[in-house]
Design a protein around this ligand. Structure first.
Ligand code: FE2
Length: 288
């Protein structure tokens, strides 16, 4: 990808290509996979094409004997090998996203039944640990709720820039958004993370995004332009644009994506023995 942020010609070419490839509906983004551990050439090419064009693909598999190894195998075939060894990730980097009784883990919203606002994964990571892709796979849905919504972050940039180029520019400021350091008992667990909201990732050469709509422990650069740009971004995300997808994954369905903007609604489990369970992988690679 040429530098769409700095070059108007590159931007216009990229914009026209991007708009020409928009999927007509969610059904066009769902790939039937026969065996996730051994993708056919057609399945693999369909998933990669969807990820190239709109940065995500939905997929559906038959029942699996061992969901973890199936998902690890599936992701590896898409080039997702270099995983983030997250705090609560288990073997090979997969995390079990489910409600937990463990107090320390339950401080993190993903491990509760609560809603999560718009964000990209790892927005607090250092640049060298940038999350470029993640996968979510539904082993067991909630009794009700637990809907995911997502929107291609590159399309968000495009829509903002078409609305007003100055808004898109403000969000590329190198200090646009800061997440303060995370300190536990006087020890720094994670350093302050300061950076742009939209940027060209030097490794993937892709227009990428780091963002969260959380309101606590976050600071935006102290300028009117940047604060207004963030408000405009939030308004766009609140609008029901056709670029936004809403879907509640059923058992054996998954999403693989180039770290698009996403959120989750609150949910209710039918009982503690049968909780909503999603397997999540986070990767430093991207699907292309
Ligand atoms: Fe997430």
């Amino acid at each position: 990808m040429a530098n769409v942020v700095n070059s108007t010609d590159d931007y216009r070419f990229w914009r026209d290509q991007k708009l020409a490839k928009i999927a007509p509906n969610i059904e066009a983004c769902l790939v039937e996979v026969n065996n996730p551990k051994c993708l056919s050439a057609a399945e693999k090419s369909q998933i990669i094409t969807l990820c190239r064009e709109q940065n995500f693909a939905l997929f559906q598999t038959p029942n699996q004997m061992d969901y973890e190894s199936s998902m690890i195998g599936f992701n590896q075939q898409l080039g997702l090998k270099n995983f983030d060894q997250h705090l609560y990730a288990k073997n090979q980097g997969l995390a079990h996203i489910t409600q937990t009784e463990q107090k320390d883990q339950a401080e993190f919203i993903p491990y509760t039944d609560r809603a999560i606002g718009w964000h990209t994964d790892g927005y607090y990571n250092a640049p060298e640990n940038q999350i470029r892709a993640f996968s979510l796979f539904c082993v067991n849905p909630a009794q009700s709720g637990g809907e995911n919504q997502w929107i291609d972050h590159q399309l968000v940039y495009l829509l903002l820039r078409e609305q007003d180029p100055e808004i898109a520019k403000a969000l590329t400021h190198p200090k646009a958004m800061s997440i303060p350091q995370h300190v536990v008992d006087g020890a720094i667990r994670r350093a302050t993370s300061t950076g742009p909201i939209f940027f060209i990732d030097e490794t993937s050469k892709q227009l990428s995004m780091r963002y969260t709509q959380r309101k606590k422990h976050i600071e935006f650069y102290n300028s009117i332009e940047i604060k207004q740009a963030v408000d405009t971004l939030d308004q766009l995300l609140a609008n029901n644009t056709s670029a936004r997808f809403s879907y509640t994954m059923k058992a054996n369905q998954g999403l693989v994506c180039n770290n698009i903007l996403h959120k989750r609604s609150a949910f209710t489990d039918d009982n503690a023995k049968n909780p909503r369970l999603m397997l999540r992988g986070r990767y430093f690679n991207h699907v292309h």
